[in-house]
Design a protein around this ligand. Sequence first.
Ligand code: PLP
Length: 435
Amino acid sequence: MPNILDDNNWLDFEKTHVWHPYAPLEGALPPYPVKHAQGVRLTLEDGRELIDGMSSWWSVIHGYNHPVLNNAAKEQLDKMAHVMFGGLTHRPAAELAARLVNLTPEPLQRVFLCDSGSVSVEVAIKMAIQYWYAKGQPGKQRMLTIRRGYHGDTCGAMAVCDPETGMHHLFTEVLSEHFFADAPTVVSDADWQDDDIANFRNLIETNHEQIAAVILEPIVQGAGGMRFYAPEYLRQVRALCDANNVLLIADEIATGFGRTGTLFACEQADITPDIMCLGKAITGGYMTLAAVLTTAEIGTTISTNAPKAFMHGPTFMANPLACAVANASIDLLLESPWQERIEAMSEAFARLLIPCQEWEGVADVRIKGGIGVLELNQPVNMVSITKRFVDKGVWVRPFGKLVYVMPPYIISDEDLNLLLTAMTEAVAEELGAVC
Ligand SMILES: *Cc1c(COP(=O)(O)O)cnc(C)c1O
């Protein structure tokens, strides 16, 4: 396959023609071209190597170019890359559904496989609405969520993202109006006070006749601000959903598959949602795929009442290639000492990030499982801090005031040290602080 762009200036074409996430087409910091990646290292076109602190946004938990995942993809590729899921099925989809049912809490028994996290949130919202429709309550069409959340970029998902960081004012005519409770502020169960749920309780008790479901990210609010909250909040939410005939959707797209120290964040509160969204790490970062799990009761209710069909079905539903890699990735995870690695990350974060708490310019240091966060007082200068990271041989991608890492689980203690040292040095230099 010949390249049609010149070796010397293909990047110039890319810069002016190709959009990147949440970036302008022109005037942005030019992206770094990656030639290949292996383990926890990205190799740039110019030969520089960067230790990856981001796991390509929570997904590459086993590292890049993993032989087991490569093989799973190659073997499936030789059978078929894709086949439509309407009227047809295949072993990799059934195998993945079985693994997900086994892995998640017992009541979650039915599986919808779709293309991306955002789409799985759309599916979850539609599932909740169609459930109440099937039960003769078509008036329950709205969602209740908590501020500072992030659930994806499609319109249905965006409508339940934080209204300010999600820029709802830009899209008012297309976004559905939902209910927003204050973001939880209580961090540990020991500090729990009944007041912590008061605003949420008020909203659900007043509006439950219109509310199909509560949707939230359990324990860790990711892209909306990297905030962690107490398991007790989640237990209270579960109880209030039950008391008010409202379903609970847990968006575990970022937290699923071990990142917070338990396989799913819901386990930390010992609750089961009625609907769970999974994505990101599901294929170990190889391909886009997501899953929505729900209970047998919800599945049966939707399927035995008009229109019976669940009204969703993307072209690439249950893509066999992605399912095959997901199966291999899940097996790899379960066979690995992932809890130990997450604990090792937590310990390294405690050792190397907590001291930054003393620095002027650092507002907060937060650690949860394999997530380490420095919150600064001011938004970072992306141009200069990104250059510092790359010069120091690491890949860290801050947003706003947040400089954070969630490395691949396979990162060695040595590389973790290098990553965190570079991260804190770069922040110190930016702040003009003394280490
Ligand atoms: C990333 C993310 C999504 C969206 O997933 P995409 O695959 O980017 O569409 C939804 N919810 C949460 C919690 C996420 O972190």
